[in-house]
Design a protein around this ligand. Structure first.
Ligand SMILES: [Zn+2]
Length: 287
């Protein structure tokens, strides 16, 4: 029996002031790492960041997208995952030097995590936290604590051969009950979630896993969402960027190279624009 994967589940613990999420990825993760030749440790960390970004986008209360970027002084100069509320994900890592390191510390070194949230309607906003915990899951929990003051715990898993990644989240819901009751509920659910074993999260369907963990709780499941690898680059977005370049510069690039070409760093698609395609930008000088 094959496990249903590339699915994100969200649920509420009725009467327990908390919500949860579970994401299990196979194909979407494999497609993201297949495009680039990353060392194994980098594949694993990128997978964790993809799973984490799925969990984060599922906490959004509006339509929009999130970019989570890790940057530091380690062998990876930066790593970035971008996803939206429809769970379309893409991700990339840039290496400053070759590495056979594993884990956040060894790969990123001292650094920061920058989370940029862009609602479809409204202004974008950004949160920054130091990567001063031992692993990505704890750094993300720290982000929720600092930026939103919401007690949150996150678990991230990857399997030994880098074919699957998974993650789970427990988050307190603000409500009218006493803080003490809320926190003891939160602790209780975290203890239950802590008993997930990697072999379970990679071999059980969400329903079976949730039953195993929380069968004594009242769990209300929302409609599962499928997670896909999809790059959001387009000719239109390239043209928006090109419109910021001065006509004289465009003319000189075309004279030198025959066209203006742009390559998406996530999916490596190259977009080429020749002179007739850019006539609109070249012939209408901006003031
Ligand atoms: Zn792309």
């Amino acid at each position: 029996m094959t496990v249903k994967t590339d699915v994100l589940n969200r649920y509420l613990f009725d009467g327990k002031h908390a919500r949860g999420e579970l994401v299990q990825l196979t194909k979407a993760y494999q497609e993201i790492i297949a495009l680039h030749e990353y060392p194994l440790g980098v594949q694993a960390l990128l997978g964790e960041l993809v799973a984490a970004t799925c969990l984060l986008t599922a906490t959004l209360k509006f339509e929009g997208e999130i970019t989570v970027q890790l940057q530091g002084n380690g062998p990876i100069s930066y790593m970035s995952v971008n996803g939206d509320d429809k769970q379309n994900m893409r991700g990339i890592a840039r290496l400053a030097e070759p590495t056979d390191g594993k884990g956040l510390r060894a790969l990123i070194g001292n650094g920061t995590m920058v989370i940029t949230i862009r609602p479809e309607k409204g202004e974008p906003y950004q949160g920054v936290v130091a990567l001063d915990k031992d692993n990505l899951a704890d750094c993300l929990a720290h982000y929720f604590e600092v930026s939103e003051q919401i007690p949150t715990k996150i678990w991230l898993f990857n399997n030994a051969d880098n074919t699957q990644v998974a993650g789970s989240l427990i988050q307190l819901l603000p409500d009218s009950d006493s803080k003490e009751t809320q926190l003891s509920d939160f602790e209780h659910l975290c203890q239950l979630t802590n008993t997930i074993k990697a072999e379970e999260i990679f071999s059980l369907d969400a329903e079976d896993l949730l039953y195993r963990l929380y069968h004594q709780e009242e769990v209300r499941l929302f409609e599962p969402q499928s997670v896909n690898y999809q790059c959001s680059c387009s000719e239109e977005k390239c043209l928006t960027a090109i419109s910021q370049v001065s006509p004289s510069e465009l003319t000189s690039i075309i004279a030198e190279q025959g066209c203006v070409s742009m390559t998406c760093e996530y999916c490596l698609t190259t977009y080429k624009f020749d002179e007739p395609k850019l006539a609109h930008f070249i012939n209408e000088p901006k003031h």
